[in-house]
Design a protein around this ligand. Structure first.
Ligand code: CP
Ligand code: NVA
Length: 310
């Protein structure tokens, strides 16, 4: 089945359509502040399926669906038949019978894809082990708000080669970004995503992606410094060993001082102050993390409007 309005990774929306989507997200933000109401989801219901914990994704989607005139139904794996082993293919067909779209946060990207394959309504990836495209939609919107455009900036990722790093790499390929990722050996990003994005940069002649373990070189002169937790959801048992592996990968005041004077710092949150980022940086003047978190709401409303555009 599947649906041509699925949003499974950033590339689900053509690169050429993203600038209009971000313009719409910024307009939605201003219109919300002015008290304007929207109706793209009038009479529509969106299922929000969580197989992992969430604060931002859960609340921003529930509020966003409401603000577009729709209704959200939140389903956790615990307390539903998902945790008792009902196949995702069956869940997909049943939810698609009730709901006009489905967002899922889960483990393997294969579960997102199976849901999309078996549901004949638009599916949104609200985070998998491999990708976090909704977060990148908000992160790049934040960069546009702060710098006016995505071009001409040096982007640096510090830390784990995780779902967020993979989505940054996908973004670099799609939008021709100059991206350097500093990751410890053994914690590098997905090789397939890296190869595809690198090929895209080569084909378009725009963008460059470098993976290194030289943290100082990666962060020097950066305009956008991003990081994330060292142990993602599902990796809790590795937390101790990761603390050792990631020593030296903390965004602290010295690292920020070596970045560009105009640099902003992004963190998708939740953060572990004193591990991947110092509190003085996250709560400091160059942090854009709170704007970034708020932008989840506006960017996702624009994605929902894209999915339901006539
Ligand atoms: N950044 C993010 O996705 O936050 P939650 O895990 O709280 O949804
Ligand atoms: N990499 C983190 C992101 C949380 C929003 C995780 O997957 O847990």
């Amino acid at each position: 089945m599947s649906n041509d309005r699925d949003f499974l990774t950033l590339a689900s929306i053509p690169a050429s359509e993203w600038p209009a989507l971000w313009r719409n997200a910024i307009a939605l933000k201003a219109e919300r502040a002015a008290g304007q109401r929207h109706h793209a989801l009038d009479g529509k219901t969106v299922a929000l399926v969580f197989e992992k914990a969430s604060t931002r994704t859960r609340v921003s989607f529930e509020v966003g669906v409401y603000e577009l005139g729709g209704h959200a139904v939140v389903l956790s794996s615990q307390g539903s038949q998902i945790a008792r082993g009902e196949p995702i293919e069956d869940t997909a067909r049943v939810l698609a019978g009730y709901c006009n779209a489905i967002m899922i946060r889960t483990f393997g990207q294969d579960r997102v894809e199976a849901l999309a394959q078996w549901a004949n309504v638009p599916v949104i990836n609200g985070l998998s082990d491999l990708h976090h495209p909704c977060q990148l939609a908000a992160d790049l919107m934040t960069v546009i708000e702060r710098f006016g455009a995505l071009d001409g900036l040096r982007y640096t990722w510090i830390g784990d080669g995780n779902n967020m790093a993979n989505s940054w790499i996908e973004a670099a390929g799609l939008f021709g970004l100059d991206l350097t990722l500093a990751c410890p050996d053994g914690y590098r990003p997905d090789q397939t995503i890296l190869a595809e994005a690198t090929a895209r940069c080569a084909a378009s002649g725009r963008g460059r992606i470098t993976v290194t373990n030289d943290v100082a070189a990666a962060s020097r002169g950066a305009d956008v410094l991003s990081t994330d937790v060292w142990a993602s959801m599902g990796q809790e048992a590795e937390a101790q060993q990761r603390q050792t592996a990631f020593a030296g990968y903390c965004i602290d005041d010295a690292m920020l001082a070596a970045a560009a004077p105009r640099a902003i710092v992004l963190h998708c949150l939740p953060a572990h102050r004193g591990e991947e980022i110092m509190g003085s940086v996250l709560d400091g003047a160059q942090s854009a993390a709170w704007q970034q978190a708020e932008n989840r709401l506006h960017a996702q409303k624009a994605i929902l409007q894209w999915q339901f555009a006539k």
